[in-house]
Ligand binder design. Structure first.
Ligand SMILES: Cc1cc2nc3c(=O)[nH]c(=O)nc-3n(C[C@H](O)[C@H](O)[C@H](O)COP(=O)(O)OP(=O)(O)OC[C@H]3O[C@@H](n4cnc5c(N)ncnc54)[C@H](O)[C@@H]3O)c2cc1C
Length: 381
């Protein structure tokens, strides 16, 4: 019997395998991953310095232990190079692997910017455990980190690396932190909290050139300023992986397009996690992928089940200014109202009918999240 094949051993791949095994102990299961297959929780990558955890410390299980636990075969350091939906097989170079059902859990890749200068190899994206290990090795004995990007992940790294003893500069071409996620008042509170730790923000310019200097690096910004640093962390965004899916003729948009059964435009191929766009919604967070894993496990076990999304608030790991945010659903506009002062803000968004559509809570106001969550509409009922 051909196996159920899952591409990717991130939180989406491993959680799906776990949920599936609760329902079906016998169907052969094959997981294929381009990385080393260690099980870890990706959100912990941005709290590693504060918690004194290197990459080995963040690893929760080796692939051998995962294979035993999941009664699965796991092929590590193996990159799939193509999919042939018509013959229900995929390609690893010249090797063909047949599947009963195929699940794409291959995540999102970091956006790269072209950069001039001889210091370009000192730019570190951190999107998996191996990236994190590389960064930790390069950061040993260094003191100054420049972070590109002031989104959620850039701000979390800024907080964590400050707590880890680094001097942190953040460069981003925007007017406020987390511009796509936060009302300006909440953004100002978070920025002030991080500045209180010593983080320096350079909002507006972009990094144009990175040059080796006598000691470390010189980062040249588009406004003419120069920042001295030892390493650069790139946190400018993630793009769902869609290329192999598109090449195989599957429908793609921002992500791999799936319906509420997590089914792609081809019957035996499914997708979940960062790479999936579920009925037009591509969420790069853990809560949605867990909901998808539970629903898809049922479907793969013979009980077709649609995924539902309740409210999906995000707890941002910036302890310098605690933050919980639940942005209004895409395309829904409302009236914003700001209560509180200083770092303790309750920023609410209501629709014309008075329905709470979203919120941002900072500082001590985060205590109100449970009460507010009960008032939020489901993202996908
Ligand atoms: C620093 C950081 C902090 C975060 N913090 C939070 C948080 O606090 N809360 C939250 O909800 N979310 C957080 N997120 C987002 C969350 O971690 C992700 O949404 C989630 O981990 C994505 O899991 P995934 O399995 O879809 O993708 P990934 O973990 O990226 O896994 C993709 C897998 O696919 C494999 N792969 C890719 N291409 C191929 C190929 N061609 N062949 C074979 N294998 C392939 C990779 O090797 C990997 O195993 C954070 C993200 C980052 C980067």
């Amino acid at each position: 019997m051909s196996p159920v094949v899952i591409i990717g051993t991130g939180l989406a791949g491993y959680n799906l395998a776990r949920e599936f095994r609760k329902l079906d102990a016998d169907t052969p299961l094959l997981l294929i991953t381009a990385d080393d297959g260690r099980s870890y929780s990706k959100p912990m990558l941005s709290t590693g310095f504060a918690k004194h955890k290197d990459a080995d410390g963040l690893c929760m299980a080796e692939p051998g232990a995962m294979a035993e636990q999941l009664k699965a075969e796991i092929r590590t350091h193996t990159r799939i190079s193509g999919i042939d939906p018509g013959h229900k097989r995929l390609w690893i170079g010249e090797e063909a692997v047949c599947y009963r059902d195929l699940v794409l859990a291959w995540g999102a890749q970091t956006v790269q910017v072209p950069l001039e200068g001889d210091g370009a190899d000192r730019v570190f994206p951190i999107n998996d455990l191996e990236d994190y290990a590389r960064f930790r090795a390069a950061a040993a004995g260094k003191q100054r980190v420049l972070i590109l990007g002031a989104g959620l992940i850039g701000c979390e790294f800024a907080n964590d690396m400050s707590l880890g003893g680094f001097q942190v500069d953040v460069v981003a071409p925007c007017e406020q932190v987390m511009p796509t996620l936060l009302h300006p008042a909440a953004a100002a509170a978070v920025q002030a909290g991080l500045q209180g730790l010593g983080v320096r923000f350079h909002l507006g310019p972009v990094l144009t050139r990175l040059a080796q200097a006598d000691e470390g690096l010189e980062a040249h910004l588009s406004d003419g300023s120069v920042i001295a640093c030892d390493l650069v962390v790139s946190a400018i965004g993630l793009r769902p992986r869609t290329d192999l899916a598109a090449a195989a003729g599957l429908q793609t948009n921002r992500g791999v397009v799936v319906d509420r059964h997590l089914r792609t435009s081809h019957g035996n191929i499914f997708a979940l996690g960062d790479c999936a766009e579920v009925e037009g919604i591509n969420l790069l967070y853990v809560m949605p992928l867990m909901a998808c894993a539970r629903a898809l496990a049922q479907t793969l076990a013979g009980n077709p089940t649609q995924v539902s999304y309740g409210p999906m608030p995000i707890t941002v790991k910036t302890p310098a200014c605690p933050l919980v945010v639940s942005p209004p659903p895409l395309g829904q506009d409302g009236n914003w109202q700001v209560e509180g002062q200083g770092s303790d803000l309750k920023v609410l968004c209501h629709g014309a009918d008075g329905q709470l559509l979203g919120y941002a809570l900072t500082g001590s106001a985060v205590m109100e999240k449970l009460a507010l969550n009960r008032q939020l509409p489901a993202l996908m009922a």
